[in-house]
Design a protein around this ligand. Structure first.
Ligand code: ASP
Ligand code: MG
Length: 468
């Protein structure tokens, strides 16, 4: 079987959903299970409604919810002709938005939006889009069955960033889909959302529907995990930044992980984790151009491969440099620092250490003042703001002779503040001024990817519009 995941732009309106139906139909012989995101922007609207309610702006919250409801109803009226099927869906929409209005009321009384409550808002986006897609398949005479993730996607209780408990997921999901596949029925379910063992809805982090698809694929030993999105695949750089990026045909799991972790938006980084474990290939396809070959993420077989594949970046980070006040043993000092980061629930994007110095790179939006406050008890902390990370990704880069020279030669006039090269075999990352990030990305891209020779790996994009 295969898993087919469709993102928000692939379900944004009736025409997009009709296209999804067409794509699923063309792959019925591969026995698909369909995973869908909320329709475009729905998750943002739900989040906004929750926040507005907590700020005592219930009217605005109800207003944007009404618009979201109208959008769903519009899609249904546009594409579901069978009146009984349509009535059922409209009824579900009505019930769901009544529940959302109750949530708004509750939150505005409490003036507090906890992660748990936010998840109660979020879940409606995927619950509704998946209902509509399941019904749209039926309209096209494809037998489909809507499955609520409540029945199988068991997660821990870390609301808004829950992790699935694969062993439970596997048993439950297998039991649910077995009779469906035996009868050639296409299961349709939600990305992004899960449920605790006590039955509370959870979500697994923004943009995590890709991850859901991978968890489903892993649980069912899929032959392929297909991520259907709105771009041609993974590119050699952000197409809004560089002129003429190339499409990458083939990436290893590690390369895809590093790229998505360092800012490429095509895939959620966690997507690779279950797939690596079971060695299931991931394809990224453009749902607007379903005949294109997309990008394949798979196990790296050719270990000699040292081709740089892509340059990614992350903006708005800062460096915390910590010097211990007392000369603790090195390990104790490191442990102190990491305990503070763990307490604040932040992860360092890059770390550099020397005997009695410890530097970590954090997002500027992390709770920096509280972190610095806690670190002050053990060390003297300096905060170096306004930085960005640039990261070149490619398997075995570490073994590539002359690589560092080639990278830094092209940015000789740019101040580089911190480098990590080594911990991951497939990336080199360094820190520059945030204002220089885009320029550095362009220069590195020009240096490494303006001419690409390897047709097995890269493909020239058609109709790319060069940025200004
Ligand atoms: N709908 C969710 C979000 O917008 C999950 C996803 O699209 O992957 O974050
Ligand atoms: Mg996405």
């Amino acid at each position: 079987m295969i898993v087919m995941k469709f993102g928000g732009t692939s379900t944004q309106d009736a025409a997009a959903i009709a296209n999804v139906v067409k794509i699923v139909k063309s792959r019925l012989s591969m026995r698909p299970m369909v995973v869908v995101s909320a329709i475009a922007q729905a998750t943002n609207v739900l989040e906004r409604a929750g926040k507005l309610a907590s700020e005592n702006k219930s009217d605005s919250a109800l207003n944007i919810l009404q618009q979201l409801s109208d959008r769903h109803v519009g899609i249904i009226n546009n594409m579901i002709e069978d009146s009984q099927r349509r009535d059922v869906l409209i009824n579900i929409i009505e019930i769901s938005f009544n529940e959302l209005r109750d949530l708004v009321k509750g939150v505005s009384i409490l003036r507090e939006l906890t992660p748990r409550t936010l998840d109660s808002f979020y879940c409606y986006g995927e619950l509704l889009s998946s209902r509509i897609v399941a019904a749209a398949l039926q309209e096209a005479n494809i037998d489909s069955w809507w499955i609520d993730t409540k029945d199988f996607m068991i997660t821990d209780e870390n609301f808004t960033r829950a992790m699935p408990m694969i062993e439970y997921v596997e048993d439950r999901l297998k039991a649910i889909v077995k009779p469906l596949f035996e009868n050639n029925i296409v299961p349709v379910t939600q990305g992004f959302i899960g449920v605790t063992t006590a039955g509370r809805r959870t979500t697994m982090g923004r943009e995590s529907s890709d991850y859901s698809a991978s968890v489903v694929g892993c649980a069912l030993n899929a032959d392929d995990i297909q991520i259907w999105t709105d771009v041609d695949g993974v590119l050699t750089a952000d197409p809004t930044v560089v002129p003429e990026p190339k499409k990458i045909k083939l990436l290893s799991f590690e390369e895809a992980f590093d790229l998505s972790y360092f800012g490429a938006k095509v895939l959620h980084p966690n997507t690779m984790l279950p797939a690596i474990e079971k060695n299931i290939p991931i394809h990224i396809y453009n749902s607007q151009k379903p005949t294109l070959s997309g990008t394949l993420v798979a196990k790296q077989t050719d270990a000699k491969d040292t081709i740089p594949k892509s340059v990614a970046y992350k903006r708005n980070v800062l460096i915390l440099n910590i010097v211990p006040k007392k000369r603790y043993g090195q390990y104790i000092f490191w442990e102190h620092v990491n305990n503070v980061l763990t307490k604040h629930d932040v992860a360092s994007h890059m770390t550099a250490t020397s005997e009695y110095n410890y530097s970590v790179v954090l997002d500027a939006k992390d709770n920096i003042s509280a972190i610095v406050h806690d670190l002050n008890t053990i060390g003297t902390v300096s905060v170096i703001e306004g930085k960005g990370i640039v990261c070149l990704v490619g398997s075995n880069l570490r073994q590539s002779p002359g690589l560092l020279d080639k990278i830094f030669h092209s940015i000789i006039d740019v101040g580089v503040e911190m480098i990590t090269f080594g911990p991951s075999k497939s990336n080199i990352s360094f820190i520059v001024e945030d204002n220089d990030v885009l320029d550095v990305v362009r220069r590195i891209h020009n240096n490494f990817f303006s001419v690409v020779k390897d047709d097995d790996i890269f493909e020239i994009l058609e109709h790319h519009h060069t940025p200004e």
